[in-house]
Design a protein. Structure first.
Length: 645
């Protein structure tokens, strides 16, 4: 608007009257309004995949999309309504044109010769861009994948698993040994371990599963050149205890995984079927097949057998001689071992049950249980072993069910490799076994992989729709199918820089990276819209001066106006890109909690912004010139685009 305002000066420094100024502002507002609306709509539509994400990724990234969209809506409203009013008040007196600005003049002096060279060697330039696009596509195939970049919570959750029949005293001993060894590592500040489960039905952890929270010291107190992964490896190497399978995760993500998928590790293979014995055999086969797979750590098959039970079965032929019933035997077992509720005591608003059972020394071994006294009417107290068989039998330590079927699990974490390629290698190893599964048995991949598949399906379904919607918006902006296609060609070349930066930063593809590319997509289309509109404006001026036929318009004249349309509007294009870069670049050096999630969003956005800017400033004018020359040769005239900007 300011450029148009200055161009209509009668002379270079002559001030305009109030009526002339208001008329120019009104005309400019009518031109700018639709352009602001369409560019805002493009950005909002580009964030549509983020709005439709579900689960953990939706909760994490939807606030970003809502914030960006609402800011753009409010910004567009004030740009259309408030900005013209402020211009009418503030832009008065003598205003200098753009060519008097030293920065703008310097930028044009650098940009114009480069653009002229690109227009001269346009085929070579296009070939270079196509080669860069192919290289970017090759790099994309080499990128790893994961659901979400791991968020460093600042602590470690050590979750070893012992044998199912471990005793309380043995678990206590293991806890003490582990805590002492972990505390010996210099970077560890505090260690707290627990075994078993809390007094709640929502925690089904057996006593064989230990949870140890390891709080680390601030990073400035760590040894030189040591990372969190090195600390985990050191803990794992120190805690190689026979009969104990180690496992590492983080407290928050562990709870999220358990609630969302029922799996406490990165990846879990759930085996469904009707028989626990068959499920156990399949679990062991899967575990053995995955041994040695690169990236697979903490491999563990949940035990389905190995639990120990005390069976007390009444001798029916004996209890009749003593005048007893099975209920009499059960009552003795309940009262002495499990405890029997006698009464309830009331203290204010609180209620406490009063239970009674035998002291521990009378029930802490099989021999002690056999000597429990059973009262009879005729013979007095007799030992329990007289009227019942007391023995230890094997059985499942825990019975898991899901989807109305019995379930077993093979669990593993992924370290030193990306999640996607690790799971794919594991699936290839199990492919032959999966084809020979018994009838009625099947497996299901769960954990972070389950979330990744869900997010990928959502993005794959929505992204084509977004591309179509943006193409329709561009068509209505230009009233031309050809101009819309030229603008959309920018998108894959904008992604080149993002892929290059993601590749060289060593970042895996994830939902966070996808969100970065989605934001880049909208920014690239917006920037391409800007230069295409300026180029069409230059074509309209050329037609007004030289006519609209191949006889009056030569290639030199066409190139002159394309350079003018590109170079004379260099400042607003660079400002659009610079604002985005200046806000994003500091994130590359950010540290602390959350930075490891923000970096995968920022890296593709920065790289893509740089390459899309280069493409828009150098390649778009070349493609535009080639399309206009084709129009002159085929139709004999230039197509006039009535862009709504």
């Amino acid at each position: 608007m300011k450029n148009r305002f200055i161009k209509l000066f009668k002379k270079e420094h002559d001030p305009l009257s109030k009526e002339e100024r208001l008329k120019i502002i009104e005309e400019s507002s009518h031109l700018v309004g639709p352009g602001v609306f369409y560019s805002t709509l493009v950005i909002i539509v580009s964030f549509l995949p983020v709005f439709l994400l579900t689960g953990m990724e939706g909760k994490l990234f939807s606030p970003l999309a809502w914030t960006k969209s609402l800011i753009l809506i409010v910004d567009a409203f004030f740009a259309i309504s408030l900005t013209p009013v402020l211009i009418s008040f503030l832009m008065k007196g003598k205003l200098k044109p753009e060519n008097k600005n030293p920065i703008n003049r310097k930028l044009e002096s650098i940009y114009t010769p480069i653009l002229t060279l690109c227009l001269k060697w346009r085929k070579t330039l296009l070939a270079i861009n196509i080669i860069a696009l192919l290289i970017g596509g090759l790099m994309y195939t080499q990128l790893g994948s994961e659901f979400m970049p791991p968020l460093d919570e600042g602590s470690v959750l050590f979750m070893p698993v012992t044998l199912p029949d471990v005793s309380n005293s043995e678990v206590k001993r293991i806890l003490q040994v582990q805590d002492k060894l972990i505390k010996s590592i210099p970077e560890v500040a505090h260690v707290l371990g627990k075994a078993g489960r809390a007094n709640t039905a929502t925690d089904n952890s057996p006593i064989s599963m230990i949870e140890t929270i390891i709080l680390l010291k601030p990073k400035n107190e760590w040894r030189a050149d040591i990372k969190k992964a090195d600390i985990i490896n050191e803990i794992n190497n120190k805690l190689q205890i026979p009969g104990v399978t180690n496992g590492f995760t983080q407290p928050i993500i562990n709870r999220i995984n358990m609630l969302s998928t029922g799996i406490r590790t990165d990846v879990g293979i759930k085996i469904y079927g009707a028989s626990l014995d068959t499920i156990n055999v399949l679990s062991q086969k899967i575990k053995n097949a995955l041994e040695g797979t690169a990236g697979v750590k903490d491999l563990y098959a949940e035990p389905i057998t190995g639990g120990k039970y005390i069976d007390i079965q009444a001798k029916r032929e004996v209890i009749g001689r003593y005048g007893l019933t099975v209920d009499d035997i059960n009552n003795v077992v309940e009262a002495s071992i499990g405890g029997m509720k006698l009464t309830t005591t009331i203290e204010g608003r609180q209620r406490f049950s009063v239970n009674a059972r035998y002291a521990q020394e009378y029930r802490n071994s099989i021999e002690a249980l056999k000597k429990l006294q059973v009262q009879t009417m005729q013979f007095g107290p007799i030992p329990l072993e007289t009227v019942a068989d007391v023995k230890i039998s094997d059985g499942p330590p825990m019975i898991n069910s899901e989807n109305a079927m019995l379930r077993g699990s093979v669990l593993f974490n992924v370290r030193d490799r990306d999640l996607g390629s690790t799971v794919k290698d594991a699936q290839q190893k199990l492919d032959a076994m999966m084809k020979k599964m018994p009838k009625g048995y099947y497996v299901e991949w769960s954990g972070q992989w389950e979330n990744q598949i869900r997010a990928n399906k959502t993005l794959a379904m929505i992204l084509p729709l977004v591309v179509v919607l943006i193409f329709i918006i561009l068509f209505f902006t230009y009233n031309s199918m050809k101009e819309a296609i030229i603008t959309m060609i920018t998108v894959p070349f904008a992604l080149i820089g993002g892929i290059f930066m993601v590749y060289f930063y060593g970042i895996n593809l994830s939902v966070a990276v996808a969100v970065g590319f989605i934001a880049l997509f909208g920014l690239a289309v917006e920037t391409a819209m800007l230069i295409t509109i300026y180029l069409n404006d230059a074509m309209n001026k050329m037609v007004a001066k030289h006519g609209n036929s191949a006889e009056t318009i030569t290639e030199e004249i066409l190139r002159e106006y394309i350079i003018e349309g590109s170079a004379k509007r260099l400042r607003p294009k660079l400002m659009t890109v610079s604002v985005a870069l200046f806000g994003l670049v500091p994130i590359l050096w950010a540290t602390g909690t959350g930075s490891d999630v923000m970096l995968p969003i920022t890296v593709p956005l920065i790289g893509g912004t740089i390459t899309s800017t280069i493409y828009v400033l150098l390649v778009t004018p070349v493609v535009f010139e080639m399309s206009k020359l084709r129009e002159l040769r085929t139709k004999g005239k230039i197509e006039i685009i009535d862009a709504k900007h």
